[in-house]
Design a protein around this ligand. Structure first.
Ligand SMILES: Nc1ncnc2c1ncn2[C@@H]1O[C@H](COP(=O)(O)OP(=O)(O)OP(=O)(O)O)[C@@H](O)[C@H]1O
Ligand SMILES: [Mg+2]
Length: 253
């Protein structure tokens, strides 16, 4: 089994190089018209679509590699600021669903500006300026992967709104993602964290997924020593809450 996982991870690893070549090639064509000649509007549209999709493929490959690390108990905790990860996560998840908003996020300068443009996509970001700028000692890649997966689910299932909250709670780093979608019956609260399980396999948005996102999130949260909670019921939206322990060092300061 371990050997099989290693083979798969080596395969994902090998996929990284060709994807980098495609991504940098397309980005050069888009950004360096002085070198490659100018593009027509149609060419630019097609290349932008290729760029977005190859970046999504890169994220998926990195996510699979990170899951492999987590299953081996490899955690890389470094001091990170929420201000340096949240804008990136937001533009990555919105890149395929709301490209206009995602490109605006790339130019954002501060929390207030970000909070003022997100409602355009029905998103509220609840976070204090102190938490935004504070350094937390966490595994950056795993945290990004967790929030990306929860957000992409909420974006698929939301009716009108999503609320992302980040704060400190009982010496834990707390992040929740809540949407106002159709919700999840308590009878599925365990099942949805199983690999390949989808509540309504035939629904259009589920056909695009594989039922793997939440299984991965649970592995990552548990490997970090955290907790993943779900508050939801039919017709009442869904709220996923992630609680991650903060290592002693920073609690002291
Ligand atoms: N916010 C949500 N609201 C309602 N149902 C949800 C929500 N998040 C997840 N689910 C249900 O849980 C199932 C499992 O979610 P999971 O993220 O594991 O898979 P997926 O989103 O279908 O596919 P993938 O994440 O692999 O692209 C979903 O198919 C959906 O039925
Ligand atoms: Mg998902």
């Amino acid at each position: 089994m371990l050997q099989k996982n290693l083979k798969l991870n080596l395969l994902y690893h090998e996929l990284k190089s060709p994807l980098v070549v495609v991504e940098t090639g397309v980005t050069s064509l888009l950004n360096r018209s002085c070198l490659y000649g100018s593009l027509s509007e149609k060419q630019e549209k097609v290349l932008s679509r290729i760029q977005r999709n190859v970046r999504t493929a890169q994220l998926l490959v990195n996510d699979m590699l990170e899951l492999g690390c987590a299953q081996k108990g490899i955690i890389r905790e470094t001091p990170i600021k929420v201000s340096s990860i949240i804008p990136e996560v937001l533009w990555q998840v919105l890149d395929l669903t709301n490209h206009c908003l995602s490109s605006k996020i790339k130019d954002v300068l501060d929390l207030t500006q970000l909070q003022s443009i997100l409602p355009e996509g029905g998103i509220t970001l609840s976070i204090s300026p102190e938490v935004w700028e504070k350094e937390f000692y966490l595994d950056e890649r795993k945290l990004k992967q967790i929030i990306r997966n929860l957000m992409s689910n909420s974006l698929k299932h939301m009716k009108n709104s999503i609320e992302v909250t980040i704060k400190e709670q009982n010496s834990c780093f707390m992040c929740s993602v809540e949407d106002d979608g159709k919700g999840i019956s308590p009878k599925y609260h365990k099942k949805i964290f199983e690999a390949y399980f989808q509540m309504d396999e035939l629904e259009e948005h589920n056909l695009r997924g594989h039922g793997l996102g939440l299984a991965g999130v649970l592995i990552l949260v548990e490997e970090i020593g955290g907790k993943l909670l779900l508050e939801s019921d039919v017709g009442k939206g869904a709220k996923f809450i992630v609680l991650l322990p903060m290592p002693e060092k920073l609690n002291e300061g």
